[in-house]
Design a protein around this ligand. Sequence first.
Ligand code: PLP
Length: 392
Amino acid sequence: MKTYYLDNNATTPLAEAVWRKMEPFLKSEYGNPSSLHHRGRGPAKALRESRAMTAALLGAADEREIIFTSCGSESNNAAILSALATAPEKRRIVTSAVEHSSIRKLCRFLAKKGYDVVEVGVSAQGFLLIDELRRVLDDKTAIVSLMLANNETGALFPIDEIGALVKERGALFHVDAVQAVGKYLLNVKQSPVDFLSLSAHKLYGPKGVGALYVRQGTPFQPFLMGGGQERGRRAGTENVAGIVGLGAACELALSDLPKEIERLKKLRASFEETLCSQFHAVVNGDLTRRLPTTSNLRFPGMDAEAFMMALDQRGVCVSSGSACMSGSPEPSHVLKAMGLTDEEANSSLRFSFGRFTTEHDIQDVVKIIRETLDYFKEVDRGSRLNSNKAAL
Ligand code: PLP
């Protein structure tokens, strides 16, 4: 059975070019990049090149602004904990109702420790309520942590506008750009952003490696302490092969990002047009200001979990709710924050496209969706007939 992988927001396949660059660092280039002898030199050079490539994709002013981490979740934790440690007199953390669990759970933990955590809401389109943000920002705010692109709907927050407000209040601004990096043109040098998180496995790199951008001059307190790696900002022998993979993934994104964005936009437009017109699907959220990779669709009256499983049996991988939350019976907190009822949220699926999704795949998936919906109708008709017979 062919796999149709439409869950690229959960993770992306490793690109062949990325793997080729990583392979030597899993085998022959085994030296520790901190070693002064010749075995350390190759890995140390590879780290420098990956740092430069990562900085280039973000539009950072200086490579030293990049700290390699183990994942997006670590980057998120490191940014918030650093901001609290470097401004202990400030006790407020501002975030939103639609953040990833790596922010939500950390903030819940910090609230229990006595921090004042404020969650700003979103509109029905999934956009941050800027007036509400303006109201809750005060000079006791240590950090504002918001995502650039939502992992479930793709909705984009205007980080330049938000950052300007945050800076007026003298707080630090952290952007969780894990879903956006490699799929959206960034220029952090020109954005009022202090910290920005990314993760290699969302842009065709390996799992278990991420980065935190820290603007030059931003105070930083590491939360992983030990050796002097990453200029003393993140201890631990570096995951060299992983970091090489991240650098190669950034290089790949840099090579064709504007073209790839346009291709994905077209692909998604035709997919959504067909599903909305033929199968009465409804797009959750705004149609314009969102990542080109993401299509969050509601199928009124449908049990999304059952639909997802039926599609999986036919080779199509999609997601109901965010991957990290799947298995949990709770309706998506993102869709609920946008005002959807539990029933509406539970009838929604996330399709996320990527570099390896072709037009042909989309045509096949549409056919599979049609067959699956017909099958559900049949089953439904059958069970109604049976219950009518039982009532006679
Ligand atoms: N932030 C967002 C918006 C995400 O979508 C994810 C992963 O799904 C993360 C953070 C966590 O990244 P990682 O899986 O690398 O820890």
